[in-house]
Write a protein that binds this ligand. Structure first.
Ligand SMILES: [Zn+2]
Length: 295
C-alpha cells in the first residue's frame, strides 16, 4: 500500500472516530467541526495535487532500483520545430527519451510522431486536448480521452502507447479510475524544471534538473509549449542536462525500460498489460495489475 493510500485510510478512520465521539459525548464546538472538515478535505486535495503520494492510484515517479539509469520525458508535443530540435540534440548525445504526446497535435503533425519512433524513442499519452480541468472529468471521459489519444498515435505511426501522464499532472480519484479502465499505468516525475511556462531561463532549468539527477530519476521537460506560442527553455538547456547525465555516469533509457516494464508495443488493451510490470516495479512492492486498479 502506498503512503498516500495509508494516509487516506488513517484520516478516514480518524474522521469516523470523531463522528462516533460526537454522537456519544455530544456535539463539539462548531469551530472544531469546521476545522476537522477542512483538514479532511485538505488531505483529499493534497492527494490530487501530489500524485507521487499514490493516494488514488500508483503513480510511477522514479525507480530507485535502476542501475545508473534515468528516463528523460518530454511533454506537450509534438511540434515540427521544437520537437525536431530536441530529437537532433538527443541524437548528438546518443540519448533516448519518452515523449508524452498530446492527441490533437499528433493528428496535426503525424510526421513528427513517426520521426520520434524512427529515431528510437518511446511514446506515452498526455491527453487529447491537454484539458486543464482534466482532473474533474468523469472516469468514462478520462478513459475515452486516453483511447482517443492512443488511436491518434496508432494512426500516425502504428504504435499503441500504454503509459499515461495526466495533463497538468494532477491525479484525482476520477483520473485514477479512468486510467484504470483504459489500462494505462500513470507516470509522474521525480524532478521537473517548470519549463512548460514562458519566460523560464535555461540556467534555472539546468539547475533544477541537476539537483534531482540521480539513478532512477524520471525527468520532466517539455518539447513544445502547450499553446505552441514559445520555445520551452528545455530545448536550450538540453545539451547541458545531457552533459551532466554523462558526467555523473548515468545513461538514458525510456520510462518502460527504467521501470522494467515489458516494452512490447500494442498490447495496451490485451490481458498482457497487467503482466507487463517488471522486476523493478515489483522491487518497489507493487503488485502486477494492482497499479491499474482504479480504487
Ligand atoms: Zn502537459
Amino acid at each position: 500500500m502506498t503512503f498516500g493510500r495509508l494516509l487516506l485510510w488513517a484520516c478516514s478512520l480518524a474522521g469516523l472516530g470523531f463522528s462516533l465521539a460526537a454522537a456519544w459525548f455530544g456535539p463539539p464546538a462548531l469551530w472544531i467541526v469546521a476545522a476537522v472538515f477542512l483538514a479532511y478535505w485538505a488531505v483529499i486535495f493534497v492527494g490530487v495535487f501530489v500524485p507521487r503520494l499514490g493516494m488514488y492510484a500508483r503513480v510511477y515517479c522514479e525507480a530507485p532500483a535502476a542501475d545508473r539509469q534515468v528516463a528523460l520525458t518530454f511533454d506537450d508535443g509534438p511540434h515540427p520545430h521544437t520537437t525536431s530540435a530536441v530529437l537532433d540534440i538527443l541524437d548528438r548525445h546518443e540519448a533516448v527519451a519518452t515523449f508524452f504526446v498530446v492527441g490533437h497535435k499528433v493528428d496535426k503533425y503525424p510526421e513528427v510522431v513517426r520521426e520520434i519512433v524512427a529515431r528510437g524513442h518511446a511514446l506515452g499519452l498526455h491527453g487529447y486536448r491537454h484539458d486543464r480541468l482534466f482532473a474533474l472529468k468523469p472516469p468514462a471521459d478520462v478513459a475515452d480521452d486516453i483511447e482517443q489519444t492512443r488511436a491518434a498515435v496508432e494512426r500516425a505511426c502504428g504504435v499503441r502507447p500504454r503509459l499515461f501522464r495526466a495533463p497538468i499532472g494532477f491525479v484525482s480519484p476520477r483520473t485514477a479510475a479512468g486510467a484504470g479502465r483504459a489500462q494505462a499505468p500513470l507516470v509522474g516525475w521525480s524532478v521537473r524544471a517548470y519549463d512548460g511556462r514562458a519566460g523560464v531561463s535555461s540556467q534555472s532549468v539546468v539547475r533544477r534538473i541537476e539537483a534531482g539527477l540521480r539513478s532512477g530519476a524520471i525527468v520532466l521537460l517539455h518539447d513544445a509549449a502547450e499553446r505552441e506560442d514559445f520555445t520551452p527553455a528545455a530545448v536550450e538547456a538540453l545539451p547541458r542536462i545531457l552533459e551532466a547525465i554523462q558526467r555523473r555516469g548515468l545513461t538514458t533509457v525510456t520510462v518502460d525500460q527504467l521501470l522494467g516494464f515489458d516494452t512490447a508495443p500494442a498490447d495496451a488493451t490485451s490481458e498482457g498489460s497487467s503482466r507487463a510490470l517488471g522486476e523493478r516495479a515489483l522491487l518497489h512492492g507493487d503488485e502486477p495489475g494492482k497499479s491499474l486498479d482504479a480504487s
